[in-house]
Write a protein that binds this ligand. Sequence first.
Ligand code: AMP
Ligand code: TRP
Length: 312
Amino acid sequence: MQRLFTGLQPSGALHIGNYFAALKPMIELSQEFPDSMLMVADYHALTSLKDAAELRANIIEVGRDFLAAGVDPQTSIIFKQSDVPDHTELAWIFQTLVSVPFLQQAHAYKDKVAKGLEANAGLFAYPMLMAADILLYDSDIVPVGADQRQHVEYAREAAAKFNHAYGETFKEPRERILDAIATVPGTDGKKMSKSYGNTIPLFGSKDEIAKAVMSIVTDSSGDKPENVYAIHKLFRHGESLENLYAEHKGSYKTLKEALIEDIDALVAPMRARHEAITDEEVKLILVKGGERARERAQTKMAAVREVIGVAI
Ligand code: AMP
Ligand code: TRP
């Protein structure tokens, strides 16, 4: 049996890039692999978000997003990272096994430094916390977008370093990145990201979706608005997509209107569920998920403490 694990940061409203790269694969594969785990990465978000009220609200919001998107809390464990202290404990142990130059190669850290910004030590150690998230549960498959490929490599490296030092303890996980959705572009053609203001929100109203789609940057060379098409192919496939673009060649407004309808057809039922889920329901599911996750994590950590020599 293969175990799936993924995490999303509660750093703002989820967008369609998050959905196609991480949430949708988790929902689809959880039929085949029950027992999968979906984590709200609140301690990762702390590396960039310092407002308690905002973090609290975002955690609930992301939990609600998971449920509304169709994650089943019976078959999958939905939990938040900070409810399982073993994550930060194991991250510390991994930090003692990897070198500073190795962590200096991490994109998130490098990009921050390249922009002349100050990186906190948490951001520097970020890949080891993510390695702990994944390895603590003997996860096999990690569905993510292309921007997380390197982080999963770091997790494999942490497992290998630990196993080399203390004997076979951790499985080496694999990322699952689908070519078609590895990097979902935003309305400006760059990677869609909460921090770039170029997103199409997953649970936006139809007006919000329309506003975002209408703002997609189009270029008048070529016979097809590439940025619109790149997003549209997530929602419509094969001949149906090709025929639409052939029929309305050059008519960008019509194509954008068709995209709005296609996005709304997928989002409308999720949005309806979203509105019906209360904060209390989300909190309860996170509490229960946290209990199940802690049970698993504690068993693994007991073995880790034993092999590293702190259990006396
Ligand atoms: P984050 O919002 O950084 O916590 O990302 C959550 C998940 O969504 C991760 O698996 C990311 O790789 C994925 N993701 C974020 N933005 C995109 C994007 N534009 N295209 C594809 N995947 C993405
Ligand atoms: N770093 C991931 C992101 O920003 C979120 C994350 C934290 C994660 N822990 C994880 C993803 C474990 C997969 C597995 O998108």
